[in-house]
Design a protein around this ligand. Structure first.
Ligand code: WT7
Length: 663
């Protein structure tokens, strides 16, 4: 894609563009934001297009969807080493249980760490970690490898072996990364539970994964307060009964915690034992062996343990990161996500390290001790790429343009967004104030299920604020009606992926039928994402939001059923329903409707108590915005709560088809 216009110029396209649907209605004039010409021409993706003899990324894209297996095969050798090569790039014989890179053997830890530690990147900084209090820890690739090796030996000493599932519940400290790599090095699977979740979430995940070993911390720091990780772990492990044999405790806060004799051990004590620095072998894994589980919310109360693979996962993670965020040897990359979510797994823990990048990780809250903290970090380390979430952009935008203006952000060259649709106003602020009109924004659409970017701009794409633009190389996406027909231009429809991709989830842990039913049954042969979307006249995708019972709160994914079950676990609650309603900062906020049991009175104090109760059971992010006491709930004749009716009523909208509503 070549543009003659000057790099920072915004061009107004024809007056007929009317796709700014996330913003102030349909605007008559749609602006394209062009990437700087030099950035586009020097980008990794453009270099690959030229290698293949194409003049533009659009031409390259067309080739990749005609030759997806050749494309992904080339990527697998371009970015990774393999112990054994594959027979077939893709085996579709047991669809939708697709297999990628059959018979190949690999370990992501070799690609992400060991080949760098034993090669030219040995003394390159892999990770710069800054605590909330300002403490800094730096690790070269060689030092990082030594930490992972030690952690792996410690885990081995606790009996962890190939195929085990180890649950990890830590705050945002380097040990979280060491632990994840160490687990995978041994051929075991990690199941990381976000450190902001609470007892219920942790307990149900430990139980579903049957983890014999849990790794946690004494606590974590957030907003100058201690998050009581160990206390929460104790409660969760107790509830899980006999399942857990060992709890390995990483010291972070140093405050007093209970250490249960025979079950709990300090990581630093184990690590100090003789032999822990001896080389620990990296297991050679089949490409289709599972690499990790990550639980996510769906339409029912039981979280789904999504299973990702050892081979295809790393191929797409490395390719997308290189071609979208254009990582170069000198970049200082910073993804602000928590490593406990898929964004952190793919684009902190593994992706940047496969590419041998230098990255920054910050432990704490963006506004601690002041709203300039993030920009200060970006200035201090000369950050060149920031990847964050719309909710963070919106909340930092509130403090005004002057805050970022106090810092030198001139090294920034690319920005990114993920987690929910970014509203054009926030997009423009991010582009203008943070990116100084210079940095294109990569609005990456993907999911825990997809493992890596699916719809995203690249450094050559003309951008429209609020649109993830077009599918990534090798990915074919569409917007279809319920009947599977192409939706009319600018009509809402189901977002579907039309063919398998290497980093796709392989199944749901312990429930393969649920995998088939949830993702592959709505429209036969197609993957349905659970999102609605539109395509505009330029073929750009506009994701609107979830169509299932998932609520995106500040980009976090929560199930209505989980919130409801937390409410019903309170003695005062007979029945409950949860819905998401628009919220200025959070994108959506949780609103709940509660029928009380006999003998309880609807008071403000009780409402507050219920909000806190949900926060305690599930974690602070799940605390409802509002608790409304109601005498009854709209239900279908079969007794299912009609959340869409509650939502329509709350928004003052027509209630739609009520033919199935109970008498
Ligand atoms: C859901 C997946 C992917 C990592 C973080 C979230 C929404 C995600 C975007 C985006 C519009 C987005 C979708 C999707 N979403 N990115 N760029 N534009 N919506 O992973 O928790 O599995 O959530 O997040 O609704 O289905 P997740």
């Amino acid at each position: 894609m070549t543009h003659k216009e000057s790099p920072v110029e915004e061009i107004s396209a024809t007056a007929s563009k009317t796709t700014d649907q996330n913003g102030a209605g349909k605007s008559a004039q749609q602006k394209f934001y062009l990437p700087p010409e030099e950035l586009a021409q020097n980008s990794n993706i453009m270099a690959y297009a030229r290698e293949k003899g194409f003049a533009s990324v659009d031409e390259l894209y067309q080739w990749t969807i005609q030759n997806p297996q050749q494309f992904w095969g080339e990527m697998a050798t371009r970015f990774l080493d393999w112990y054994q090569p594959w027979n077939h790039v893709l085996d579709e014989s047991q669809a939708p249980f697709y297999k990628w890179f059959t018979r190949a053997t690999t370990n992501i830890v070799h690609n992400a760490i060991e080949r760098h530690a034993n090669g030219a990147n040995r003394d390159k900084t892999a990770l710069i970690w800054e605590s909330e209090q300002g403490e800094v820890r730096r690790f070269t690739y060689a030092e990082f490898a030594a930490e992972v090796n030690r952690f792996a030996n410690v885990l081995k000493s606790q009996g962890v072996k190939r195929g085990d599932i180890v649950t990890v519940y830590l705050s945002r400290v380097p040990e979280l990364l060491f632990a994840m790599h160490a687990i995978v090095k041994l051929g075991a699977l990690h199941s990381v539970v976000y450190g902001g979740f609470s007892t219920d979430a942790l307990h149900s995940r430990i139980l579903d994964a049957k983890s014999r070993v849990v790794i946690t911390g004494d606590g974590g720091w957030m907003n100058n307060k201690i998050v009581e990780l160990k206390k929460i772990t104790d409660a969760a492990v107790d509830e899980a009964g006999e399942v857990v044999e060992h709890v390995i405790v990483v010291r972070r806060t140093g405050h007093d915690v209970m250490i249960k004799e025979g079950r709990d051990v300090w990581y630093h004590e184990l690590a100090a034992q003789p032999g822990m620095d001896e080389p620990c072998a990296t297991e050679q894994m089949d490409a289709e062996d599972p690499m990790f589980l990550l639980y996510t919310s769906g339409s029912t109360g039981t979280p789904k343990g999504l299973v990702h693979s050892c081979g295809g996962y790393q191929v797409q993670v490395a390719t997308t990161l290189s071609f979208t965020f254009d990582i170069k040897p000198d970049d200082v990359y910073w993804c602000t996500a928590d490593p406990g979510w898929i964004t952190g797994h793919s684009y902190i823990v593994y992706g940047p390290m496969i590419l041998g990048a230098t990255q920054v990780m910050y432990e704490g809250a963006p506004t601690y001790p002041n709203p300039g903290r993030w920009w200060e970090i970006a200035q201090k380390y000369g950050v060149t790429i920031i990847y964050t979430a719309p909710t963070a952009v919106r909340s930092l935008m509130r403090f005004g343009d002057d805050v970022p203006a106090q810092y030198d952000l001139s090294k920034l060259r690319l920005l990114g967004s993920v987690g929910e649709p970014i509203n054009p106003e926030a997009w423009r602020w991010y582009h203008r104030v943070v990116g100084q009109n210079r940095c294109p924004i990569m609005d990456t659409w993907w999911q825990t299920e997809t493992g890596a970017f699916m719809i995203t701009p690249n450094p050559t794409t003309p951008l429209k604020p609020g649109s993830g633009t077009k599918p990534f190389l090798g990915i074919e996406a569409d917007v279809l009606t319920e009947e599977g027909q192409p939706a009319r231009q600018s009509d809402d429809g189901l977002l579907v992926i039309k063919r398998p991709w290497p980093s796709m989830l392989r199944t749901i842990h312990g429930d393969p039928q649920r995998y088939v039913d949830t993702y592959w049954s709505r429209l036969p042969g197609l993957y349905t994402a659970g999102d609605s979307a539109r395509r505009d006249e330029d073929g750009y995708f506009w994701v609107i939001g979830r169509i299932d019972d998932v609520i995106k709160v500040s980009g976090y994914r929560l199930g209505t059923a989980e919130v409801e079950s937390a409410l019903v676990s309170h003695p005062a609650v007979a029945e409950a329903a949860a819905i998401g309603l628009p919220h200025e900062l959070k994108g959506n906020a949780i609103h709940t409707f509660v029928i009380l049991r006999q003998g309880y009175e609807a008071t403000d104090a009780l409402a507050e108590e219920l909000r806190k109760h949900v926060g305690k059971e599930m974690g602070p992010i799940a605390r409802p915005e509002a608790v409304n006491f109601v005498p009854n709930l709209p239900k279908t004749r079969s007794g299912k709560i009609m959340r869409r009716v509650l939502k329509a009523r709350s928004l003052g909208l027509p209630e739609g088809d009520l033919s199935t509503l109970e008498g």
